[in-house]
Each structure stands twice: as C-alpha cells, then as structure tokens.
Ligand binder design. Structure first.
Ligand code: HEC
Length: 457
C-alpha cells in the first residue's frame, strides 16, 4: 500500500512543485516507530519516523518493503542529516531523514522529496540556502548500442560479422531466444528506474491446474522467453541484486499468477504505458511495445504483439477483470507521464533568453538544455520521448563533464562541456523576436530545473 505513495502522489507533488512550495504538514506527536534503510531511489541511507494514524502493522509492512526491520516506539537516532521530507497521507505521516553531509545532494534531495514524494522539504542547517538542483551521481545513462560475439553454443548473430547488437537501455531487447543480460549491462539499466525487490501476488502461492495443459504451459514459457530477451530481466528475474520485483522470469510455476491485476491490465494494453519509452521494432531486434503510434500495445516487449495481448487478456478474463474497470486510468508510467504531459506557463524574470542570447534558468546545473516550439511536448526519456516534434535545439552534457550553470550558454553556441544532439549538425534556427518558445532545462532526465515559455528578445 505504502510504497505506491511515492508514485501515486507524484501527481500532487508535481502540481505543488509547479506552483511554489507545498504547505508544511502539521506533524502529529503520536510516534509509532522508525525504520533505518537504504533508499531504493538514491541508494543513500535514510531513516523514517512513522507518525500519526499508522497502525503498527502497516508501518512494519512498509519497513519490511524497504528491506529493513522496524523499531517500534522509538524515533530515528540523531545523525548527520541534509534535511527532512515530511509527508501526510490522510493522517499517516512520515518524517523521512535524508542522511549525509554532502551538500551537493541538497537540491536533488529537495526535488526528490517534493517531486517524487509529494512531500514538504525541511532543510537542515547544512542544506539551508543550498537550493541549487544538481545531479552528480548515478545520472541517467544515455543508451548505447552494444555489439558482441554470440555466446559459445549460440547461433551467429544477425548483425555485421555475425555479432549480436543490443540497445543497453530499459526499453532495449536483444535477439529473440537470447537473454538480454548476456549481451548488455543490467547495472546500467538499473540506473533508469528505481529497483527494489517486491513479492509476487498471492495467487502465486496456490496450485494452478491450468499448468497441467501442455499448450498452456507453452504459452507461459513463451512469455518468459520474450521477456528474458528484454531489459525487463534486469529487475524481474533471480539475478536482480536482492531478488525480483513482483514477477520472476525464472519461475517454473505460472508466471501470470505473480502479476497484480494492474500488471495484467498493462500487459493487455488496457492502461497505456507509452510513457516508459520504446524503440521502433526494426531498431530493437524485432521487439515492440506500447509506443506513440500504438499506445495501447502491451507494456511487454514482444516479437508477436497480437499473441502477447491475447495471452494477457486471457489472464484478465480468467480473473474476471473488465477493460472498463481501467477506463479511468489512461496512462501507467506515473512520474514519466506527469513530466511528459506537463504544459509550461510563462517564465519568471529569472528564466528565458536575454537580449545577449544567454539562456537563464532557476538555481541548478544542467545536464540537458532544450529550446522547443511553444506547443511542443515536454521531453522525457530516450529513445523516443526525448526528442519531441518541435525541438529546435538540444544540448546534452558530455558523460564526464560537470553540469553547467545558468547564463553560461548563448543560444546557438555549443559550450565545450556539452554536445549538440538536435539539430544533428549546423546551427539551430534563429529565434524570431517577439515569438514564444519553450525553455526546458534539467539537472537530469527526471529533474527539471526550468520549464517555461519565454518571448524571444
Ligand atoms: C530497474 C528495474 C526494473 C526494470 C529494468 C523493469 N522493471 Fe518492471 N518493475 C520494477 C519494480 C521495482 C516494480 C514494482 C513497483 C511496485 O510495485 O512498487 C515493477 C513493476 C512492474 C510491473 C507491474 C507488476 C504488477 O503486476 O504489479 C510490470 C507490468 C512491469 N514492471 C513490467 C516491466 C517490463 C515490461 C519491463 C521491461 C521493459 C520492466 N518492467 C523493467 C522495476 C523494473
């Protein structure tokens, strides 16, 4: 229940983030206990106090989900803290201590709290006044196409010289019949969304007579094999560092029973998962999934979309689920949808492009800088959602460079720390004086610094 808070409250967090700071919740003096753990989002230590109307049972379950053990009736020990993220979900309150002394994490901790956690950020003395949004560690890696010889005993690959080529990204797939993690790095993939082990649905504990039917078993094994060829394997099989998230592609039982109903609905394409990003199949060893052309394709990458959808719909009907039950849930990619569907409003006076052509943004250092047509969609993840139609100019920070500050870039001139990705070559179109454009500057893919409409000087 509770772990969905982070995703479920993203919408409100964003609304709040976009119209100033949220209100500080009034914290209850009822203390249930505390939990010390490592954040699955940042891999940094945190401690949370459970306050208010939490039952001891729910608080314990929340702490177990974080792979730790609750200590009832006591509060987090005092320690070096960058700040506290305060959340209130109908009286169930959390005071999350963001531990550490590295003040370069102040800005991203604040954004993480407000944006992903829908919380109120209360900085410690260490972070007071350090509002700059900066992402130095574990930045979202841009996808690379990795080519290698086939494993001994496997047939020749389909790329030049018999090699096997695979896009190393969460939406990537290797060749059908092979296993993604043999041909690309899962460590890279696991930087692209939070990973944590999550137990499967309780249905998986029950015997299932459908598995006596060999045709049925063949369908289940086909789904497993398709997903083993894709980057999904990185968090959804037993090689994941602390175990699989929800479903285990190595299971010898019925994989379908491990999904929750919502997972089945996404498999059937009833909830659009276009927001996660996708390749065209011809660039992805023939694997496709929900994308801008077919948002209601399955979330599962596959070489046979009709079969994949049919198998998830069969499971849905076995459970008595109806498509109409999900009519209100148009999109399933949470924060990525919120970011993508964001519509900018006018820049503040600290943002935009000055008469000298310099780009100005709010406190923070940029890894990505975009100037787009005013009506363009908001860029999010590669490979397809990071280059919306109407992108006039896009700069990416070089992999080993320190992120750049406001007023260090003149429109059309590429600073030495960055590379121009759009247009592929040559200067971007000149800005027309008096016309509105969209400035989008981020500290990393999901950490916007400024996203607003400016009028060209
Ligand atoms: C970096 C880790 C990671 C990768 C890679 C990943 N996932 Fe997941 N996935 C998760 C986590 C964590 C959850 C559980 C979220 C929760 O319940 O809090 C999840 C949940 C899901 C669910 C919901 C399951 C249910 O029934 O509740 C589906 C469906 C899913 N993932 C599909 C995919 C597909 C398809 C891919 C590959 C394209 C993929 N995932 C790749 C981490 C990952």
């Amino acid at each position: 229940m509770r772990s969905t808070l982070l995703l479920a409250s993203v919408a409100s967090g964003l609304l709040l983030a976009s119209c100033g700071d949220p209100e500080r919740p009034v914290l209850s003096d009822v203390l249930i206990g505390h939990c010390e753990y490592v954040s699955p989002f940042t891999n940094e230590p945190e401690c949370r106090d459970y306050l208010g109307s939490w039952s001891a049972e729910d608080a314990t379950a929340d702490c177990t989900k974080l792979k730790s053990e609750i200590a009832l009736d006591t509060a987090c020990p005092s320690a070096d803290v960058l700040g506290w993220c305060l959340t209130d979900d109908d009286g169930e309150q959390l005071r999350i201590h963001i531990l550490g002394t590295d003040t370069s994490r102040c800005g991203s901790s604040k954004t993480g709290c407000q944006f992903f956690g829908g919380g109120y950020w209360d900085p410690s003395a260490l972070c007071a006044g350090e509002d700059e949004l900066l992402v130095l560690d574990n930045a979202w890696p841009q996808p690379e196409r990795v080519c290698m010889d086939p494993l001994p005993g496997e047939p020749p690959g389909q790329s030049e010289g018999g090699q096997v080529c695979t896009w190393e990204i969460i939406s990537g797939a290797t060749e059908e019949g092979r296993v993604f993690s043999d041909y690309a790095s899962c460590d890279t993939v696991r930087l692209q969304r939070p990973y944590s082990p999550v137990p499967p649905n309780r249905r998986s504990l029950e015997a299932d007579s459908r598995m006596d039917d060999t045709d049925y078993v063949a369908d289940v094994r086909w789904v497993q094999s398709q997903l083993k060829s894709s980057a999904c394997v990185c968090c959804h099989d037993r090689s994941a560092p602390s175990g699989p998230s929800v479903f285990d592609l190595d299971t010898e039982d019925n994989l379908f029973n491990q999904f929750n109903d919502r997972g089945i609905a996404m498999g059937a394409g009833w909830i659009s998962t276009v927001g996660f990003g996708a390749w065209p199949p011809e660039q992805n060893n023939g694997f496709e999934r929900s994308d801008l052309d077919d948002p209601n394709d399955s979330i599962m990458p596959t070489t046979d979309m009709d079969r994949m959808i049919a198998l998830f719909e069969r499971e849905a009907s076995h459970r008595g689920m109806k498509r109409s039950d999900y009519a209100g849930e148009q999109y399933g990619a949470a924060i990525l949808d919120e970011l993508r569907l964001f519509r900018p409003s006018a820049c503040t006076e600290d943002e935009g492009v000055g008469a000298d052509g310099r780009l100005r943004w709010l406190p923070g250092r940029a890894r990505y800088v975009y100037v787009l047509e005013a009506d363009a969609d908001t860029p999010t993840v590669p490979p397809n959602l990071d280059r919306p139609e109407g992108t006039l100019w896009r700069l990416d920070l070089k992999a080993d460079a320190y992120p750049v500050g406001s007023e260090s870039i003149v429109y059309g001139e590429v600073p030495s720390e960055m590379v121009q990705r759009i247009p592929e070559s040559g200067k971007p179109p000149a800005l027309r004086s008096g016309r509105q454009y969209y400035l989008y500057v981020t500290a990393d893919i999901t950490f916007p610094i400024s996203r607003c409409l400016f009028t060209a000087p």
